[in-house]
Design a protein around this ligand. Structure first.
Ligand SMILES: [Zn+2]
Ligand SMILES: [Zn+2]
Length: 453
């Protein structure tokens, strides 16, 4: 058995199933990947591999300007007939919603036998939905190293004005031409780095959850993510100078994150509490009809917030009395009211799911508390081993010009408090905020957030 972290990206996807020490066979849905300068020259080869002879090619006006010439000339040289679709420039930010997918579906030519998405977040998400609905192969030409959804099978969508993750389809082939990617807007480069910084937290929380809840964990996949985030951080300065190898490192890290999620069959390797800060801020903005910052930019801020909480947690002495007192004083009616204040329109489904999953169940809480208290020294060791120094990371992000606190994003402290509180109940996923709740310390940590920010 070879360690996953010692394998190259192409090996990881083309070798089929990888037997692993965790007892599982890991495999990814992505079948073809090329990352590097001039990678778009492989486009005809990717189409051939997937037996696509007439792709439906999707751009928006920005990606058409950034990559149109290169993509269309490759199709022309290969004599590949295609149908082109360009999303209009609208006054608002393009949303991955029914309107966008509907526009694609209405323009779709049934004579096409594959989808070629040229873009990053929104275009990739919408094309995954379309390819899934039509049952056709999907090839993505990434235009910015801005988020880690390139190699994942889920689309982050807005459905009936509510944020949802739809499990649709992973692209079959992915081409990240760093000549195109390095010219992406600076905000998108920062967003990609922000989405990679999250991996410090996600791996750390995954290990803690394994210890406290017995959730499945794979050390090889965790190792893959650790190596990827370290490479990205080591090259972060070069990223903002648009150096080819730094852009490639971030693009590779983002693609690896998708592969790691495929391998694990869950989002654990790539997403933790920092993603829930972003997710909840976005939901609140949507509720008010306001726009949000780029996903990865928010996730970068969420990473610093979570690091702060984890550092404070490491200074805390857990005690059974405080935890049990908090659980005894839990009142469902009060909690329901709180959830309505945080989630608005989505509150009924959050309340229903929390009941079904037993997220507030005293017996489950008691079992977890026993394990936390019995393993506290190990939890502290995990925090020490996995986390970077928060002030150093803050310094690095500041120097790169990245937003570093909610105020930098125009987000209020109250919305941040609500996001922290709401994160625990949005899914059945054990997060730092769950650990804090288990210890009966939610209010105390909210106070710390208020003081710090
Ligand atoms: Zn494994
Ligand atoms: Zn992300």
């Amino acid at each position: 058995m070879t360690e996953l972290a010692s394998k190259g990206l192409e090996q990881l996807i083309t070798e089929g199933e990888h037997p692993c020490a965790c007892g599982r066979l890991h495999s990814a849905a992505l079948r073809y990947v090329k990352i590097g300068p001039g990678a778009v020259r492989h486009l005809a080869e990717a189409l051939r591999l997937l037996s696509v002879s007439r792709p439906f090619v999707v751009f928006d006006e920005n990606t058409l300007a950034a990559a149109g010439d290169r993509v269309l000339s490759r199709l022309g040289e290969g004599g590949i007939p295609h149908v082109r679709f360009v999303f209009d420039k609208s006054p608002q930010k393009m949303e991955p919603d029914e309107h966008a997918v509907g526009a694609l579906a209405m323009a779709f030519d049934p004579g096409c036998d594959g989808i070629l998405a040229v873009g990053s977040g929104v275009i990739n998400d919408c094309c995954k939905v379309l390819a899934h609905a039509c049952g056709l192969p999907l090839i993505t030409v990434g235009t910015a190293p801005s988020m880690d959804g390139y190699a994942s099978n889920s689309s982050s969508m807005v459905q009936r004005r509510i944020k949802v993750s739809l499990y649709v389809k992973c692209p079959d082939a992915l081409i990240c031409d760093t000549d195109i990617m390095k010219e992406a807007p600076g905000q998108m480069l920062m967003a990609g780095l922000g989405d990679m910084l999250a991996k410090y937290i996600s791996v750390c929380e995954w290990r803690i959850s394994h210890l406290v809840t017995g959730e499945y964990y794979c050390e090889s996949i965790a190792g893959l993510m650790r190596a990827a985030v370290r490479r990205c951080v080591a090259m972060a300065d070069g990223l903002m100078r648009r150096e080819e190898r730094a852009v490639a490192a971030v693009a590779e890290g983002l693609v690896l994150s998708g592969i790691a999620m495929s391998y694990a069959g869950i989002s654990r390797p790539a997403s933790g509490l920092e993603h829930y800060f972003s997710h909840l801020w976005e939901m609140m903005a949507l509720e008010r009809g306001e726009a949000s910052d780029l996903h990865g930019i928010q996730v970068g801020v969420g990473t610093l917030l979570t690091l702060f909480l984890m550092e404070e947690l490491a200074k805390t002495r857990p005690d059974r009395q405080t935890a049990e007192r908090a659980m005894r004083s839990f009142r469902t009616e009060v909690w329901n009211e709180e959830v309505r204040g945080i989630f608005g329109r989505t509150a009924p489904s959050v309340i229903e799911a929390a009941g079904r999953l037993g997220l507030n169940d005293p017996a489950r809480h008691a079992a977890r508390l026993d394990r936390i208290l019995a393993h506290w020294e190990e939890i502290l060791a995990i925090l020490r081993e996995e986390l970077p120094d928060a002030s150093q990371l803050l310094g690095k992000m500041r120097a790169l010009g990245m937003p570093c606190c909610p105020a930098d994003l125009g987000i209020s402290l109250e919305d941040t408090r609500k996001a922290f509180r709401g994160s625990r109940v949005i899914r059945d996923k054990y997060l730092t905020s769950t650990l804090i709740w288990d210890l009966g310390l939610t209010e105390r940590f909210e106070g710390m957030l208020r003081e710090r920010y």
